[in-house]
Design a protein around this ligand. Structure first.
Ligand SMILES: [Fe+2]
Length: 489
């Protein structure tokens, strides 16, 4: 039985294909349409999904009527009364080359939770989902047991939303809400959390295991504290977010007695908060699906409909660039140019480039960071991530978890002087660890690079220009290379 999971019509549309337990395909619509955070599906992504068969069933990542009720509650009249965004009607409007089967809606937080549960390998786990908004739920703590499913222990609803509060600060700091939250997290390291008490006094009442908002922040916080520095605001909202998430994880640990935690929702992209949870919440294992936000919910919705765990082999689930490239050749170009673009294999499902649509660079000099930032048109303060063979990770980094194959945690570097291009101002790095099994090519490249330079670490950042989705095809990659004067392999 082929099941499609679809997440669309809000932001970051995606499509996943399950064939029995096998996750055959999962991709982001933006990679095909080249429209960043595209909310709509397109012929390119649908054609690739159809290679794996016509769907017998389609799961939708949230409940549309409940969402409309929330639009009514939020006085968003246009959205509340629109009918073109009902999933069945929308999918039929796409002129698909098959009869659209019944579309099964799955709750927004259930989709988030099940993307984590179905890929975690855990029989039993505490589950924390925190995001901005779907239908009404914004914050859920649950206990999962195989055979029994999810039992919700704590739930908070719109307008109380940690994600909406973080997005309001994203806008207040001058960035785009629902997109640039990761920039605010990076900026936090440059500020002092001196407004934490003001945030708690005026905007959020932190009450373990959750919180209540003191103001409706759905439409932002205007110019709240107009004289405050954006860096200090970022540090302050980051501190509050970490406190809420750590409270939730600690409470989940005590309430469920579980040794395993599954963390999902857009807030699980906050790797600084994730790290504090991994270090301090008392769990043995923490699993975060590499695409924990709404885009990953196409997998969650399909998994919820399937009802059993899926076979998780990694996030390389999208468009295939089927080329052969030798590790030696990559290392030679790195030695010659200091950097290159690597576009090879299936595209990553999730916001991070993990070696198949990556820019790789020599991390041993500070100017390399400026050079890559200039090519990508990024703010100069933005840090880059290192990639390191798992067996060498502890030589360079204080690892809070055994492995971080999906760049979900920030860790302190033991040898910052050796890796200036991949160290943030606070001395941390968002590390990706690689084993030969996960990514044979990248592992070989790092091993050979380490043999020649003594440092088996490379800078790894996404292969795209500013404001552009990750490149998807070989043609996108070579266009990038021609434009920026970077070798593409
Ligand atoms: Fe969500």
């Amino acid at each position: 039985m082929v099941i499609w999971g679809v997440s669309a019509l809000s932001h970051d549309a995606s499509l996943a294909v399950l064939d029995g337990p096998e996750l055959r395909f999962a991709a982001h619509a933006e990679r095909y349409s080249r429209v960043k955070n595209d909310r709509l599906l397109n012929p390119g992504i649908i054609a690739e999904a159809l290679v794996h068969g016509v769907p017998d069933a389609i799961a939708w990542y949230e409940r549309p009527l409940l969402k409309k009720a929330r639009h009514l509650r939020a006085r968003q009249w246009t959205d509340a009364f629109a009918v073109s965004d009902l999933p069945g009607r929308y999918l039929r409007s796409l002129d698909l080359p098959f009869r659209v089967p019944d579309v099964v809606p799955v709750g927004h937080h259930t989709s988030h939770a099940m993307a984590g549960v179905a890929t975690s390998g855990y029989d039993e786990a505490a589950v924390v989902v925190a995001d901005a908004i779907g239908e009404f739920d914004t914050f859920t703590i649950a206990h999962y047991r195989a055979g029994e499913g999810l039992r919700v222990l704590c739930r908070q609803r719109y307008p109380d939303s940690l994600g909406l509060l973080y997005s309001a600060f994203t806008r207040r700091c001058g960035f785009k809400p629902n997109e640039d939250e990761y920039i605010v997290m990076g900026m936090a390291a440059f500020g002092e959390p001196c407004h934490t008490e003001s945030i708690k006094r005026e905007l959020i009442d932190v009450r373990a295991p959750g919180f209540r908002l003191r103001a409706n922040v759905h439409r932002g916080i205007g110019d709240w504290l107009p004289d405050a520095r954006p860096e200090d605001l970022a540090a302050s909202i980051q501190a509050v977010t970490e406190e809420v998430m750590l409270n939730a994880a600690g409470w989940a640990r005590r309430s469920t007695g579980s040794r395993n935690l599954i963390l999902m929702g857009g807030v699980a992209l906050n790797c600084v908060a994730n790290t504090r949870i991994a270090e301090q919440a008392g769990f043995d294992g923490v699993w975060i699906f590499p695409n924990p936000g709404d885009a990953g919910s196409s997998v969650g919705a399909a998994a919820a409909l399937y009802g059993k765990p899926v076979e998780w082999r990694g996030p390389y689930l999208g468009t295939d660039i089927d080329r052969t490239v030798e590790p030696d050749e990559i290392v030679r170009v790195l030695e010659r140019d200091g950097m290159l673009a690597l576009a090879n294999g299936r595209a990553e499902f999730g916001p991070r480039a993990l070696g198949n649509r990556s820019i790789l660079a020599d991390p041993r000099t500070g100017p390399m960071k400026d050079k890559v930032n200039a090519i990508k048109g990024r703010e100069r303060f933005r840090p880059f991530a290192p990639v390191v063979p798992a067996e060498h990770a502890a030589d360079f980094f204080e690892m809070p978890v055994a492995a971080t194959p999906y760049m979900q945690f920030t860790v302190r570097c033991r040898k910052p002087d050796e890796l200036p291009a991949v160290i943030h101002v606070d001395g941390t790095s968002r590390v990706q660890t690689v084993t030969a099994r996960q990514h044979p090519l990248l592992h070989s490249v790092l091993t050979e690079w380490g043999r020649r330079t003594g440092v088996p670490v490379l800078l790894n950042t996404s292969l795209n220009s500013r404001g552009e989705p990750l490149v998807n095809t070989w043609e996108h990659a070579t266009a990038f290379g021609d434009r920026e004067g970077v070798a593409v392999l």
